[in-house]
Design a protein around this ligand. Sequence first.
Ligand SMILES: Nc1ncnc2c1ncn2[C@@H]1O[C@H](COP(=O)(O)OP(=O)(O)OP(=O)(O)O)[C@@H](O)[C@H]1O
Ligand SMILES: [Mg+2]
Length: 153
Amino acid sequence: MITKSSEETIEIALKLAADLKGGEILALHGDLGGGKTTFTKGLAEGLKVNDTVTSPTFVLLKVYSGKIDDKKIELVHVDAYRVESIDDIKSVGIEDYLDRQDIILVVEWAEKIKEILPKNVINIYFERIEKQGSAKAGSLDENERKIKIDFAN
Ligand SMILES: Nc1ncnc2c1ncn2[C@@H]1O[C@H](COP(=O)(O)OP(=O)(O)OP(=O)(O)O)[C@@H](O)[C@H]1O
Ligand SMILES: [Mg+2]
């Protein structure tokens, strides 16, 4: 899909959130500024999280209370950008949130911790794309993003 604003990216996240049952792990990949945190804010909105979601860049992991229908769930938001070793992410307790049906786990820069994640994640790729019709090759569009959701696993 192509989105032309952060609001459109949030719309996609809202639609995905409506299909989640609990227990899913979403592995987000792609460019800096690609929209991974923006998408996570949309998921949080869709999961009825009341707190403001901010990027867990330095703390690595944040937990928010939310709901799917009337069932209480937790949205666990991980940003693995600064993870240098698997021990970094183990030390914030990520293992407590794997394989739980009352959790939605969202991981930015998931490829950095792939050895600890199960195989059956939903992979989502965010890409900045070139300006259409731009004379300058390589100039990226400010507001367009390409988002690919891969449910294959
Ligand atoms: N179509 C779009 N979708 C999402 N974000 C967009 C879009 N157009 C512009 N933006 C802007 O791009 C930025 C995306 O930042 P965001 O923090 O969501 O990216 P990120 O993938 O989490 O980056 P990082 O890798 O640094 O964590 C925001 O400032 C947002 O307003
Ligand atoms: Mg981010």
